[in-house]
Design a protein around this ligand. Structure first.
Ligand code: IPD
Ligand code: CA
Ligand code: CA
Length: 272
């Protein structure tokens, strides 16, 4: 199906990906600024974000933006529902990886219409893999339709995660208790370091499940739509609707349920 907004998102993501790749060979000379302790931003994040916004704005001048580095633009408040369309942008997901030359990062662009995800793109510029989804039209890797895996239990499952860090370190103890249980039951756990790609990999059947605490809308907007369109499930740690902010569990329908069951006994009051 031709989807004009998805087409623009793809163009913007590819342009940003090319910009990131051109900076790769001088990654150790880049000026790195610390937003807070262990939270870094480079000129590449900033330039890629501006380029994405410029590309989308030319096509859709009335749309709002929620972008990691520049926040809400022009009164486009993500939560107040005033803007019909809001683009949710992570120009470089996996900045810590990028700064270290660790090859796992992506551009993530999602579009909400009246608070509902409409389409999403995650582009891995290193592997040149393009993950796309449009509501009601399925998920794709390049031009191929993708589905979540057929995994029905944790036994044999490969699970992605993100360790709590920065301000989320407060949840390290409950997280480690969950980690222990998943380690005992699953075939393996991976922490690749770019949440958007973790989610895209569930949609593509490369991972069977995922959980992480303290995520932001730009980490998850495109990825959660990909998973839903690929036949998987997403929710909060308590299995409620995920509102593009905070703690996320995802997976094939059965692995999602199995993760919720493992997580439940370890939820402190502030995680419920
Ligand atoms: C981070 C990555 C990482 C996740 C963090 C995110 P950033 O995004 O997605 O995998 O664990 O929670 O903040 O800062 O590299 O865009
Ligand atoms: Ca991110
Ligand atoms: Ca980022």
């Amino acid at each position: 199906m031709q989807h004009p907004m998805l087409n623009i998102a793809v163009r913007a993501a590819r342009r940003a990906g090319d910009l990131i790749m051109r900076s790769m060979n001088r990654v150790h000379q880049l000026e790195v600024r610390s937003k807070e302790r262990n939270d870094f931003v480079t000129e590449v994040d900033l330039r890629a974000e501006q380029d994405i916004i410029d590309t989308i704005r030319v096509a859709f001048p009335d749309h709002g933006f929620l972008a990691e580095e520049s926040g809400h633009t022009d009164g486009a408040k993500y939560t107040d529902g005033k803007d019909e369309f809001v683009w949710i942008i992570d120009p470089l997901d996996g900045t810590t990886n990028f700064i270290h030359g660790f090859p796992q990062f992506a551009v993530s662009i999602g579009l909400q219409r009246r608070g509902k995800l409409e389409c999403g793109v995650i582009y891995d510029p290193l592997k040149q893999e393009l993950f796309t989804a449009a509501r009601g039209d399925g998920a794709r890797l390049d031009d191929r339709r993708i589905r979540v895996s057929k995994q029905i239990s944790l036994e044999g499952a490969l699970i992605g995660t993100g360790f709590p860090f920065r301000s989320n370190i407060q949840w390290l103890d409950p997280y480690m208790a969950m980690f222990r249980e998943v380690t005992k039951q699953a075939a393996g756990i991976r922490r690749p370091g770019a949440a958007s790609l973790d989610l895209a990999y569930i949609a593509a059947g490369r991972l069977d499940g995922f959980w992480e605490m303290g995520l932001s809308p730009w980490d998850t907007a495109a990825g959660t739509l990909l998973i839903i369109e690929a036949g998987g499930r997403v929710g909060t740690l308590t299995g409620d609707d995920y509102q593009q902010q905070g703690n996320l569990v995802a997976g094939t329908p059965k692995v999602y349920e199995a993760l919720l069951a493992i997580i439940a006994p370890h939820l402190s009051a502030d995680l419920q």
